[in-house]
Unconditional design. Sequence first.
Length: 262
Amino acid sequence: MRIVVRALIAFSLAIGSSVPALAIPQHCPAGTPSPNAAIVFVCGEVGGDQFFAPLQLSSDGKTYRTPPAFEQSGGGNTPWRVGLSLTLDPDPQINYTILADNSGSSVVQSFQFTFFQAIVPEGSSAYVRGRIAGLLTDGASDGVTLTPLSTKVAVTTLSSDTVAPPTTFVNMGIDVGNPGSIEFYGPYDSGLIDGPDPGSGNLWRYMQVDVGFTLSAGDTASLSGLAYIGTVSVPEPGSLLLVGSGLLGLGMVLASRGILPR
C-alpha cells in the first residue's frame, strides 16, 4: 500500500552514526528509524501501513518535536489519515496530540503509536503521571466507537537498563483512557501514582508511551495526552495546559477541514 508523508524532514542528530540496533515494536517498520534511534523515535501503524515520524531537535538541543503540521496517510481502498504533534523532553516528559481520521473508510481500522525517548535518570522516589483527553466525531452519523487495543488507550512504561538499547520495560500502572468501547470520550486523569522501585542503585533511563485503539468506519478521533515523571505529588499546571492547548489546536484543524462544526 502507498503511504504519503506531508512534512519537511529536518533531522538534527544527537549522537553519532554508530548506534546499537533497537528493538522496534512489531507495529512499526523493521530496522532502525534513524542514527539517533537509541535516544528517541516515534512510529505507528494504521490498517497494516507502518511508518516512522520525522523528528526535529530544538534549537536549545534539549527536546525533540515532530515537524509542524506533520501528516501521514495511506490505506488505498480503506483510506486513513493521521496528524501528529509531539514534544519529547528528556527532563522527562512526553506530550502528544493525535488526529486519527477514519472518515474516508467503510471499515473499522486500528491505530497504534509508540513514542520512545532516553531520559535524564530518575530515582524510584519519583512520581509518574499520565493523562489523556479527547473527542470523537461521528462523521457517518451512525454512531462512533473507539476501543482500546490494550487495557487502556495509552500505556506508559519505563526502563532502568544501563545500556542501549533497553530490553526490559516496566508498566508504570498509569494506563489512561476508558477500558472498553466508548461512544463519548471526555477528559480522563489517572492522578499521580508512584512507579515501582527498579531496585537499589538503579534509575529509570528510558520512557515509552504506547497509544492504541480501533476506530469505527467514517469517524474521527482527536486525542491529546501526556506522561511525565516528577519528584512532587502535585499537578504541574504547565503540563496540564499542554493537553488543553493540544485539543484546542486539533479542534481548529478539524473545523477548518469541515470535520467539526465551526
